[in-house]
Write a protein that binds this ligand. Structure first.
Ligand code: ADP
Ligand code: ZN
Ligand code: ZN
Length: 716
C-alpha cells in the first residue's frame, strides 16, 4: 500500500492544502506529477500528485482511494512540482489553482499523449498470475521500448491485454516523432559588446540583465547563448510579450535553429497546443518561443530562459495566480540549474537596481550595431504650440518631420497612447464626460460605427442627443483616438498611404502579419497606431516617429506611471532609424519638464533610474519595500466600504508585531467601479516578504471576496 499527497483542482482552503489518498495496487509506482481522479466530499475531482508518502498517514480510516490515473504520463515534471509550491507561497494562490495555470486546459482534459508514433516502454511488472499480461510485458521489457504497431504484430488478438497493461501502468505509452536534428546556422559576427556579453553570461550562469539600447543587437546575444545550450543537448525558452510574438520574431529564431523551434501563444488551437506541450516534454523542441504562460511548460532539460523586453507589463498575470513571469523564470531556473537572460533597453527599475547592486549579472550594449546613431529626439511643448495659434493635433515640428519623410519616400509612425487618450464625449455646459453606467470610467467614442463603448466591460450604446446630467444638447467629442488622427492625416496629406494599427484595426496574428508585410514592402507611408507599434518591430524604412501625446499616462495614480511613460517613449523612439538612414523623433507633451519626458528625450535610462530610486525610497515602493494590494468588492459602496474597513482592521491587528509595516486605506480604488462592483483598496508596505504574506493570507482566508496581489504591477 502507498499514499499520495494531492493538490485538488478546487479552491478549498487553506491555500496550500494537500489531500492524502491511498493508491490501489493497480497504480502503484512513482505517481508524482500524474493527474489523478479522487473523491472530495461528495464529488469526484481531478488533482495532481505532489508527493508520495512512504508511511501511512496518522488517521487511516478517513483516507479514500485514488479512483483513476487517467493519463500514461505525468503532467508535472519534478521541477514543476517544486515550482508550484513556490508560486503558491509567493503569490498567495491556491495550490490547485497554481497547477491548473501550469497545465493547459487541452492537456488537462487528458488523452492520448500527443501526436506522432505510439511507443510503449515497460512500467512495474504485472501480477505473475496473469500469464498473458506477463508475456507481453516481458517482451517489451526485453526491448526497452517498442512501437505499438510492433507489439500488435507480435501479439495478434492481444489488444485487450495491452489496454489492461496500459491502464494498470505496466506499459507506459509515449508518442515519439522522428528526432529532428536540425543544424544550427551561424549568425553575423558579433561586435565587441555582444561578444563580451554572451561570454560573460556563459561563464557566469544565474540571472543576467542584458541592457542594450534599441537596435544594439540584443537578440543576437540571445541566439548565441541559445546555440550554446542546444549544443549541450539542453532546451531553451524564449519569453516575449504576447504583443511582440509576431511571425517576424519567430522567423528570426527559425532562420537560426530551423525545425526545432516551436511557438506558444494564445492563438494556438487545442490540437497544436497538445502536440507542442508533449514535444516540449519529450525534449523534441529545442527552442520554444512563447508568451508568459510558456514559463510553465514541462521542459525535460531546460538550459536557458530568455525574457525579451523584460520590463513589459504583460509579464504580470492579472488573475489568480497573479504571478510575474520573470520571477517565476528565475525560480524555475534555480530549480533546474538553468541560466536566465533578461533583455531590455529600458529595464524595469527593480531589475536595473538588482543589476547595479550586483545581485544579478549585468552587461551593457551601449551602441547600436554598425555604429548607427540613435535617433535625434525633439520635445515639443503643446501649450506653447497653442499659444502660437496652432489648434491642430500636430505641432509644426511634427508636420515638418513627416513631410521630410514623405518627400524622401521613407515611413513615419504616429503613436498614440490610447489607454489614456481615447476619444470621449463630454458636455460643454456641465463639463461631465459620458461614463459607463457600470464602471467608473469614461466611454470611448468609435467613429466607425458611431457607438460609445466601455473598454472595461464592453457596455455600448449610441451617443445620446442630450447630456444625461444636465439635459444640455451641447455635447461634443473630445480627444484624439487613432481614428481621429488618421482623419487628420488624410486631410493634411491626401496622397499618402495611411494604415491604422490598434486592437480594433489589427486583429490577431494574421492582422499583425499583414501589417508587417505592408510596412516591409513600403506599401504604407504613415502608420498611426497605439503601443502596439512601439515595441520590438524592426522596420528599417521608418525614419520618423511622432508621439502625438506623450504624457497622457503620466498622471495616472500608479507609482509606475513615470517609468511606463519613459519606457514607451524610448521604445517608440527606438523604431526610428533602424536602417541605414538616421531617425528623427518628435515628442509632443504638456509636461516638457517632467523627468520621464526629459530623460526619454535624451534616452538616458540612468537619469530616469536615479529619479525613480529617489522617489521610491522616499515613498516606500519597490525595490525598497514589498507591496500587497488588497482589493475588496461589493455590490453597493456601503457594503464594499464596510467590508474593507473590517478587513483593514484585521490586517492592522495581524501585522501589529512586525516592524516597518504600513497599512494604508481602505480607499476607493482609482477605478472605483468595474462591471457593477464597487472596489476598495488597502495597500500594505513592508520590507520583509514572508511574515507579512503569511499574515495577510490568514486574514484573506477569513473574508470572502478579498484578493491580494503581491508586488502588483497595476494599481488602478
Ligand atoms: P535589439 O534586439 O537590441 O533591438 P537586434 O538584435 O534586433 O537588436 O539587432 C538590430 C539589427 O541589427 C537586426 O537587424 C540584426 O540582424 C542586426 N545585427 C545585430 N547584430 C549584428 C552584428 N553583429 N552584425 C551585423 N548585424 C547585426
Ligand atoms: Zn451636461
Ligand atoms: Zn463598463
Amino acid at each position: 500500500m502507498s499514499w499520495v499527497e494531492v493538490a485538488v483542482d478546487r479552491a478549498v482552503g487553506p491555500l496550500n492544502r494537500l489531500f492524502t489518498y491511498a493508491v490501489p495496487k493497480a497504480w502503484e509506482g512513482d505517481l508524482r506529477g500524474f493527474r489523478v481522479r479522487v473523491p472530495l466530499g461528495r464529488s469526484v475531482v481531478d488533482g495532481w500528485v505532489m508527493a508520495q508518502r512512504p508511511d501511512p498517514p496518522p488517521a487511516m480510516d478517513h483516507i479514500k482511494p485514488v479512483l483513476a490515473v487517467p493519463d500514461p504520463y505525468p503532467q508535472l515534471t519534478p521541477a514543476l512540482i517544486e515550482l508550484a509550491f513556490w508560486v503558491q507561497r509567493r503569490y498567495l494562490a491556491y495550490l490547485g489553482q497554481v497547477v491548473r495555470a501550469m497545465v493547459p486546459a487541452a492537456v488537462r482534459r487528458g488523452g492520448s499523449g500527443g501526436s506522432g508514433e505510439k511507443w510503449y516502454r515497460p512500467g512495474p511488472a504485472p501480477s505473475a498470475r496473469a500469464p498473458r499480461q506477463r508475456a507481453v510485458w516481458e517482451w517489451v521489457t526485453e526491448r526497452g521500448a517498442v512501437p505499438a504497431k510492433a507489439l500488435a504484430a507480435a501479439f495478434p488478438g492481444a489488444a485487450a491485454t495491452v489496454r489492461r497493461l496500459e491502464t494498470d501502468g505496466s506499459l507506459v505509452a509515449e508518442w515519439r516523432r522522428p528526432q529532428r536534428t536540425a543544424a544550427i546556422r551561424s549568425g553575423p559576427r558579433l561586435n565587441r559588446w555582444q561578444d563580451a556579453a554572451w561570454r560573460a553570461v556563459r561563464a557566469g550562469g544565474g540571472t543576467w540583465l542584458v541592457e542594450g539600447v534599441t537596435g544594439s543587437g540584443k537578440t543576437e546575444v540571445y541566439l548565441e547563448c541559445i546555440a550554446d545550450h542546444l549544443r549541450q543537448g539542453r532546451q531553451a525558452l524564449v519569453l516575449v510579450p504576447e504583443i511582440a510574438l509576431t511571425p517576424q520574431t519567430v522567423a528570426r529564431f527559425q532562420a537560426r535553429f530551423g525545425e526545432q523551434v516551436a511557438v506558444w501563444h494564445s492563438g494556438l488551437g487545442d490540437a497544436e497546443r497538445v502536440r507542442t506541450w508533449h514535444a516540449v516534454r519529450l525534449g523534441e523542441v529545442g527552442v520554444l518561443v512563447g508568451a508568459r504562460s510558456a514559463v510553465f511548460l514541462p521542459f525535460a532539460r531546460l538550459g536557458v530562459i530568455v525574457l525579451d523586453e523584460e520590463h513589459e507589463a504583460t509579464y504580470k498575470q492579472e488573475e489568480h495566480p497573479r504571478y510575474h513571469a520573470r520571477e517565476v523564470a528565475e525560480a524555475r531556473a534555480r530549480l533546474e540549474g538553468a541560466t536566465v537572460i533578461l533583455g531590455s533597453a529600458t529595464p524595469e527599475v527593480e531589475t536595473a537596481w538588482r543589476a547595479r547592486r550586483g545581485e544579478i549579472g549585468w552587461c551593457r550594449l551601449p551602441e547600436r550595431v554598425a555604429s548607427r546613431p540613435l535617433p535625434t529626439v525633439e520635445v515639443v511643448d503643446l501649450r506653447e504650440e497653442l499659444r502660437q495659434g496652432n489648434r491642430t493635433i500636430f505641432s509644426r515640428a511634427l508636420v515638418s518631420a513627416v513631410e521630410e519623410a514623405l518627400s524622401r519616400g521613407e515611413q513615419a509612425i504616429l503613436l498614440l497612447n490610447r489607454r489614456g487618450y481615447s476619444t470621449f464625449v463630454f458636455c460643454r455646459d456641465c463639463g461631465q464626460a459620458l461614463r459607463c453606467p457600470r464602471c467608473a470610467v469614461s466611454l470611448t467614442y468609435h467613429a466607425e460605427d458611431q457607438r460609445l463603448r466601455c473598454h472595461y466591460c464592453f457596455f455600448e450604446n449610441a451617443p445620446p442627443a442630450r447630456c444625461p446630467t444636465c439635459q444640455s444638447d451641447r455635447i461634443r467629442y473630445f480627444g484624439a483616438g487613432t481614428e481621429r488622427v488618421v482623419e487628420e492625416v488624410r486631410r493634411r496629406w491626401p496622397t499618402a498611404r495611411v494604415a491604422r494599427a490598434d486592437r480594433d484595426a489589427v486583429v490577431g496574428r494574421e492582422g499583425a502579419t499583414r501589417l508587417h508585410q505592408a510596412m516591409t514592402a513600403g506599401a504604407v507611408d504613415i502608420l498611426v497606431g497605439t503601443q502596439m507599434v512601439a515595441k520590438g518591430m524592426d522596420w528599417p524604412r521608418v525614419t520618423v516617429v511622432g508621439v502625438v501625446a506623450a504624457d497622457v499616462a503620466l498622471h495616472l495614480p500608479d507609482f509606475r506611471s513615470a517609468e511606463r511613460t519613459f519606457q514607451l517613449l524610448v521604445q517608440a523612439a527606438g523604431r526610428a532609424g533602424r536602417g541605414d538612414r538616421p531617425g528623427r523623433v518628435v515628442i509632443q507633451t504638456y509636461n516638457p519638464d517632467h523627468y520621464a519626458i526629459v530623460s526619454a528625450a535624451r534616452q538616458d535610462f540612468d537619469a530616469l533610474l536615479a529619479e525613480e530610486l529617489r522617489f521610491r525610497e522616499e515613498a516606500g515602493y519597490p525595490p525598497f519595500r514589498h507591496l500587497w494590494l488588497v482589493e475588496m468588492r461589493g455590490r453597493s459602496p456601503e457594503a464594499a466600504r464596510g467590508q474593507a474597513e473590517a478587513v483593514a482592521a484585521e490586517i492592522r491587528a495581524a501585522v501589529s508585531g512586525l516592524e516597518g509595516v504600513e497599512v494604508l486605506g481602505p480607499a476607493p480604488a482609482p477605478v472605483a467601479r468595474i462591471k457593477g462592483w464597487w472596489r476598495f483598496h488597502i495597500l500594505v508596505k513592508g520590507a520583509e516578504e514572508t511574515a507579512v504574506s503569511q499574515r495577510l493570507e490568514a486574514v484573506a482566508a477569513r473574508f470572502c471576496p478579498v484578493t491580494v496581489t503581491v508586488d502588483p504591477h497595476f494599481m488602478l
